[in-house]
Write a new protein. Structure first.
Length: 408
């Protein structure tokens, strides 16, 4: 880089891209530190500042310096507070591109989250010369992944079933994989994935570093940590469970009134983008059809769709090509679309964990958002129970909602 180019880069560091939207204390720095204070490589700092990051969020302040020392980390933090960067940044700092081997495994429970995590990793690491990031998930051709692994890959972003398949066949060699990250660890360590996660660990070297991140840590996580982690550093930023920037309302309706109520919301609210949740795949498609008939732009996504179609819908919605997305609980975890300022539970969820992850799709990274719940007579006990379990309040929806609560 020329001297002139070097000076340009310094100017960029002094004046990174600003995000002037209101932010809550969930993501405001507590330690008054900067990313430069972590002594990160310059190429990584360039990616961080080009991404628009100004100061570390609380989870980044707690996790990054500990992860950089090589210690195992067990971290609880709210959805939408910067968890992804809190593990991607130390991973990118530690990876050496002159070593042609998989050095980090970033494990997530869903295909959509894998694509998103890989995208963030590539963006933050865009100036690290020779860095190769690969995504591998179920629903894609195994042969293509095998061919790709014939060339160097430094960071593998994956779902559990696929990586075990590739490792057991000898295509994904994990003997030099020094770091494993479990994002949404509570889901990855639920009964459907536990055996796959244990199988994955058997392919890793003994001196690997484990970083586990989640909003909720059930007993299964503790059991796994006791078995596979080495004296992990524990971080808990969950004094309260729900995001401060999300205002929660309920509308008490009969089932047959839901479409009319939704139409009223579309007319009255200032929606940037909305995500509308249903409790079944069939209801997702039926509701999306109804919304389109009402004259509103609408996509839908659920687990029974072909992966290629799911990828296209997710990509186009992230790009802002459509205002509303109807979905099942497929994308409740970790999906970060910052333009989403309204979440609507067309069907009220059955448990507090699902509710927490759903409403966390708005109010991302300290911004403001609305969560509106359609509640029928049959839902009334679930509402009360979820309020108690999350120590939160879901208020009756007013005739007019102040835009200051959810519009930047």
């Amino acid at each position: 880089m020329t001297a002139e180019g070097s000076e340009d880069w310094k100017k960029n560091l002094q004046a990174p891209v600003k995000d002037n939207r209101k932010k809550t204390e969930d993501v405001q720095s507590r330690r008054n530190v900067n990313f430069e204070d972590y002594c990160l490589r310059r190429e990584l700092l360039m990616g961080i500042f080009e991404k628009g990051f100004e100061k570390p969020s609380p989870i980044q302040e707690e996790a990054i310096p500990v992860a950089l020392t090589g210690k195992d980390v067990l971290a609880r933090a709210k959805n939408g507070t910067g968890k992804t960067a809190s593990f991607v940044i130390p991973v990118l700092e530690k990876v050496r591109t002159d070593v042609a081997a998989i050095q980090a495994l970033l494990m997530v429970p869903t295909r959509e989250l894998a694509l998103q995590t890989a995208q963030v990793t590539k963006e933050l690491g865009k100036h690290i010369s020779g860095l190769e990031v690969m995504v591998t998930t179920g629903g894609t051709t195994l042969r293509d992944d095998i061919m790709r692994l014939m060339n160097p890959v430094h960071i593998l972003v994956c779902t559990p079933g696929r990586v075990v398949d590739l490792a057991s066949k000898g295509n994904a060699k994990l003997d030099k994989c020094a770091i494993i990250v479990l994002d949404e660890a509570d889901k990855l360590l639920s009964p459907e994935f536990t055996q796959l996660m244990e199988d994955t660990y058997r392919f890793l070297p003994q001196n690997r570093q484990s970083l586990l991140f989640s909003a909720t840590f059930p007993v299964t996580v503790k059991d796994f940590a006791d078995k596979f982690m080495r004296n992990p550093f524990e971080i808990n930023l969950m004094e309260e469970l729900t995001l401060k920037g999300v205002t929660q309302y309920y509308a008490f309706v009969e089932e047959r009134q839901k479409i009319h109520c939704l139409n009223t919301l579309f007319n009255k609210l200032q929606i940037n983008q909305s995500i509308i949740f249903c409790n079944s795949v069939n209801r997702v498609e039926l509701l999306a059809k109804k919304i389109t008939q009402l004259g509103y732009s609408c996509y839908y996504i659920h687990a029974r769709m072909q992966q290629q179609h799911r990828n296209r819908v997710f990509h186009d919605f992230r790009q802002g090509n459509c205002r509303n997305l109807v979905c099942s609980d497929l994308i409740t975890r970790g999906i970060d679309i910052q333009a989403v300022n309204v979440v609507i539970n067309f069907d009220f969820p059955k448990n507090s964990e699902t509710y927490l992850h759903r409403i966390g799709r708005s109010g991302r990274f300290g911004h403001l958002g609305l969560a509106i719940n359609f509640v029928t007579y049959d839902d009334r006990y679930n509402v009360y129970r979820i309020e108690q379990e999350l120590d939160t309040e879901i208020k009756a929806i007013p005739a007019d909602i102040d835009p200051e609560l959810y519009v930047a």
